[in-house]
Design a protein around this ligand. Structure first.
Ligand code: WTA
Length: 647
């Protein structure tokens, strides 16, 4: 974000007070909850834990040995039981749990009773394939009900799942399978994307070459195209389900047993396996889902994320289902078969709550108002955003054209690591300001600090840290506690470092300014610059690569790379496209660079560090800042002459 944009944000003084009509029916109606929670933070979370069904009560709310936390010590529970079984004792068993809409318009509804049957049966399938408590299962599926069923079946057995977004490449899948040493992989023949088929099973077959840990692959038949099944290793989901028994006892899990591992990008090349455990995570996501989205029994709640991301874990599967909500799950993209697909779905199912990403909103803005106007979307009563900072114009557009100026907007800040929403308005009580995620959720302590960890005065900016442990916090990096400590706890001692920069204003409202580490946020997806660089240097002709995030009007940021080729190499036409394709095939198409600039050298400091700030200035066509530390000024001259005026 540039200084000018930042200044504009801080002069943003529009604000919206919750409407009386909304407040008077809201799940939280009084702002007293903020002080109550901060006066007795642990008491607050202890009270929230009553939302769950525990097989054995916990004895201590928090055991904090920085930076290792245990929440709800000694408590026993099961996440799948909380999301499914416990709803069967009431009329809710006949309530829709999942409404599924396929890309091509096919649809399915699973009641809680249906979900119970499918989850139990699939847990038995996993058992028959040798899965028991503690074994890891990798899930590589499209956005179909089987994804939620597979996650919950793992949770039922106490087998940590690792869900890999279906857009990731075979190689990314392989790295993550190996890191988790998973025993079973669950995938599909393919997934539909804009009328084409993404060959998930073929990707999985490639990923599994040379992998010993996977004993079986379960394949869901989604697209029906021909795939190869390896005798003895691969089984069809529907075949196995047909033979599976209904009854499957629930495993009793400790509050601190792992519920799942989710890989996310960081500052080094290798993605980290963020570990979430059962008790605290479930308390965190259930509480926030209820209060932030003001959930009511008859809501139709739609979160447009993919289950492959944390948003899908916390706010499609675990939070909503533990709350007994009706969730909508959509397989496809917003523009297939037409650009009004989202509004068509909202009209079709009378969706009441929509939770999406700023990048999607900016795309809708670009397409114009005729698409939402052509559908009846008046069922909507609350809107949410997540994943990246939302610019005030996009917020206002969302408010006006989607929310009909009546729906509160919750801009929710959080991370894979936080597991749960950390900053957000409470829609019935918190005044909102377009572009700000407002203030921390009750019981959460977030601050903006300077380099030494001291709080900065209101009105200024710095690093965003979390002062105290919270229930859904990550517990460690899978098999790498050192990395957990180094990444999150080394900068500000006992404060968790988020990797984000932020300002807070005179009202104590937070304004997120994006990452301050080497992570790029493209359309709400985290991409490590080091990952892209290592994919590029893996290409035989490439000598060195530097990757940066460039401001982008729709995606928030775009991946831009500077590349030098090995000596004596003559670059031919099409080389840049070839390199872009190489990055897609190594990581996944979300990491495909928008631009690759070929250069004779990269600008480096005298100590050999690549000067990314300069590269960003060049890519964004800005006047160059301080270059006094640059080792060879000629490099810069060259880059500027070649690319500086293009953007
Ligand atoms: C960014 C997604 C501004 C932030 C849940 C964070 C946001 C990263 C917001 C985490 C928001 C997420 N406003 N920035 N409302 N929400 N971010 O792990 O930079 O995929 O650190 O989790 O997204 O991305 P992740």
């Amino acid at each position: 974000m540039t200084e000018t944009q930042l200044e504009a944000l801080l002069y943003e003084n529009r604000h919206f007070t919750p409407a009386e009509e909304f407040s008077s029916q809201a799940n939280v109606q009084s702002s007293d909850i903020y002080t109550e929670a901060s006066d007795d933070r642990l008491g607050f979370w202890a009270k929230q834990s009553e939302r769950l069904t525990w097989f054995k009560p916990w004895t201590q709310v928090l055991d904090w040995k920085p930076p290792f936390a245990q929440w709800f010590v000694d408590g026993k529970l099961n996440a799948a039981y909380n999301c499914v079984d416990r709803h069967l004792n009431s009329w809710r068993r006949n309530k829709a749990a999942i409404i599924f809409e396929g890309e091509g318009g096919d649809s399915r509804v699973l009641t809680y009773q249906d979900l119970y049957r499918e989850v139990s049966k699939f847990a038995n399938v996993l058992k028959s394939l040798g899965i028991k408590k503690g074994d890891r299962v990798t899930i590589y599926l499209p956005m179909i009900p089987e994804a939620a069923i597979a996650m919950l079946a793992c949770a039922r057995l106490g087998a940590p799942h690792s869900v890999i977004f279906g857009g990731f490449s075979a190689e990314s899948l392989k790295d993550r399978i190996l890191d988790a040493q998973a025993k079973v992989l669950i995938t599909a023949d393919g997934s539909f994307r804009k009328g084409n088929i993404v060959p998930l099973k073929a990707n999985a077959d490639n990923a599994l070459q040379g992998v010993d840990c996977i004993e079986h692959v379960v394949v869901v038949n989604r697209t029906g195209h021909k795939v190869t099944m390896l005798e003895g290793r691969d089984v069809w989901y529907h075949d196995a389900m047909q033979k599976a028994a209904m009854a499957c006892p629930v495993e009793t899990m400790d509050a601190e047993d792992i519920l799942f591992i989710l890989y996310t990008s960081g500052t080094t090349g290798k993605p980290k396996g963020v570990v979430h455990t059962t008790g605290g995570y479930m308390v965190g996501v259930t509480t926030t889902h209820d209060w932030v989205f003001d959930l009511k029994e008859d809501d139709v709640y739609w979160c447009t994320a993919d289950v492959g991301w944390i948003t899908g874990h916390s706010y499609i599967v675990y939070g909503p289902l533990a709350n007994g909500a009706t969730i909508l799950m959509y397989e496809g993209t917003p523009d297939y078969p037409a650009k009004d697909r989202y509004w068509e779905i909202i009209e079709k199912y009378s969706v009441t709550i929509l939770y999406t990403a700023p990048t999607a909103i900016r795309t809708f803005m670009k397409w114009g108002t005729s698409y939402p106007e052509g559908r009846n979307i008046s069922s909507l009563r609350l809107l949410g955003t997540v994943g990246e900072p939302i610019n005030p114009e996009a917020w206002m557009w969302y408010h006006k054209h989607i929310g009909g100026e009546r729906c509160p907007i919750v801009d929710t800040w959080w991370q894979t690591e936080t597991g749960m929403i950390m900053m957000t308005p409470l829609p019935g009580v918190t005044k909102t300001k377009p572009g700000s995620c407002t203030i921390p959720f009750p019981g959460i302590n977030v601050e903006v600090v300077d380099q030494s960890g001291n709080s900065v005065p209101k009105g200024s900016g710095g690093f965003l840290v979390i002062r105290e442990p919270w229930p859904a916090m990550l517990r460690t990096v899978y098999n790498d506690p050192d990395r957990y400590i180094k990444t999150y706890w080394n900068n500000f001692e006992e404060n968790y470092f988020t990797g984000d920069g932020a300002k807070w204003d005179d009202d104590g409202y937070f304004w997120l300014l994006g990452r301050v580490d080497d992570v790029i946020n493209v359309s709400g997806h985290r991409i490590g610059t080091a990952e892209v660089e290592s994919a590029l240097v893996d290409y035989p002709l490439v000598a060195e690569a530097a990757c940066i995030g460039k401001d982008h009007a729709v995606k928030g940021q775009a991946v831009v790379c500077f590349v030098t080729v090995k000596e004596g190499i003559e670059v031919i036409d099409g080389f840049v496209d070839e390199l872009k394709g190489h990055v897609s095939s190594k990581i996944g198409s979300i990491a495909r660079p928008d631009d690759i600039y070929l250069t004779a050298e990269l600008p480096k400091t005298r100590s050999g560090k690549i000067m990314r700030r300069l590269l960003r200035d060049i890519a964004e066509g800005r006047a160059l800042g301080d270059v006094s530390t640059l080792a060879d000024a000629a490099v810069l001259d060259f880059l500027k002459r070649k690319y500086g005026d293009e953007s």
